[in-house]
Design a protein around this ligand. Structure first.
Ligand code: IPM
Ligand code: MN
Length: 366
């Protein structure tokens, strides 16, 4: 009997709803693993506020080492009101930035798709959002998040937006390559009418395009206009390439298109080990109640499988989510007043069963 491939997952539940949504994603991973002939070995580690409380730092060395030795990292969320008064590198969020930096995951991929079953849940008209399929490619380890800060002191504070040409170049390649496998359009978003760093951004993106990707269409939008266009006519976008801060803001904005921030997954890649986490935060107001929407995290697990080279299992996970929605299962954020909502764990089980039953055409004989 051939050895079954076993993937080591560093599991960082983090804070708020992080533990409950990642638990469901692991349930789904385990369910498809047996169908698709591999194993997952998840090991839990402290991260964020939970780590700060226990160890005095939001990103302990033991967690860093475990992540670097794993095949992939699955993260829930970090932060919450308990830690609002922490500052500097004690903030749970700064632990997350340190994790991204330690893994070298400079490319954050945030797909925004509006599932058929949910077009009516959108705050926008279904005919405007139906068919939306955008991939945000957000630079993740540079820009104003990692500039040279000063203060705050009584005199003021400073955050600087910095990009080197090579940082822009490598993320541009990611966006163009993704576009080649999709609809062949890249919209690069900047603020080149005001910011010098955006002037460089625009020049480098154009250079990379002209030298290597004549088969891809490139256009540039200013970030304020891009924000309006995402809401006015989301169907015009294929790949959106942008920096760390603009990508953070635009991806939350785009989350309004399918009607819930709970739906959106993300993959952060570019280093040796990928980081997979939902776009949403720790939602402390609903934590521990088994009502959160686990879809963003479950779909992050699908991206994790794609990245590990298990695309069929990844498709089975996506199928499981669609099938559970089509069967009428909805978490509280998605249910209309006249519809019954199911719990986080019930939804996770419904997805896991459907994903596991979605058998590959050629089941490998063991
Ligand atoms: C995100 C989050 C993080 C970010 C925070 C928690 C540091 O908002 O992943 O979008 O700003 O990158
Ligand atoms: Mn964000």
């Amino acid at each position: 009997m051939a050895d079954t491939e076993s993937y080591a997952i560093a599991w960082l539940p983090g804070d708020g709803i992080g533990p409950e949504v990642t638990r469901e994603a692991l349930r789904v991973l385990e369910a498809v693993a047996s169908t698709y002939g591999f194993a997952v070995a998840a090991e839990e580690h402290l991260m964020g506020g939970a780590a700060l409380d226990e160890t005095g730092t939001p990103f302990p060395d033991t967690t860093r080492d475990a992540c670097l030795e794993s095949n992939a990292v699955l993260l829930g969320a970090v932060g919450g009101p308990t830690w609002d008064d922490t500052t500097g590198d004690r903030r749970p969020e700064s632990g997350l930035l340190a994790l991204r930096k330690a893994l070298g995951v400079y490319a954050n991929l945030r797909p925004v798709i509006v599932p058929e079953a949910l077009a009516t849940a959108s705050p926008l008209r279904p005919d405007r959002v139906g068919g939306t399929d955008i991939l945000f490619v957000r630079e993740l380890t540079g820009g104003i998040y990692f500039g040279t800060p000063e203060g705050p002191t009584e005199d003021g504070a400073r955050s600087t937006m910095e990009y080197s040409g090579s940082e822009i170049e490598r993320i541009a390649h990611v966006a163009f390559r993704r576009a080649q496998r999709r609809d062949g359009h890249v919209t690069s978003v900047d603020k080149a009418n005001v910011l010098e760093v955006s002037e460089l951004w625009r020049a480098v993106v154009t250079e990379v395009h002209d030298a290597h990707y004549s088969d891809v269409d490139l256009r540039h939008l200013y970030v304020d206009n891009a924000a309006m266009q995402v809401v006015r006519d989301p169907q015009q976008f294929d790949v959106v390439l942008t920096g760390n801060l603009f990508g953070d803001i635009l991806s939350d904005l785009a989350a309004a298109l399918p009607g819930s921030l709970g739906l959106l997954p993300s993959a952060s890649v570019g280093g040796d080990v990928g980081l997979f986490e939902p776009v949403h935060g720790s939602a402390p107001d609903i934590a521990g109640q088994d009502v959160a929407n686990p879809i963003g995290t479950i779909l992050s697990a699908a991206l994790l499988l794609d990245e590990l080279g298990e695309p069929e299992a990844a498709d089975a996970v996506r199928h499981g989510v669609d099938a559970a929605l089509d069967a009428g299962f909805l978490t509280a954020d998605l249910a209309e007043a006249n519809e019954e909502a199911v719990s986080t764990s019930t939804f996770g089980r419904e997805v896991a069963n459907r994903a596991a039953d979605h058998a590959p055409q050629n089941v490998p004989t063991l």
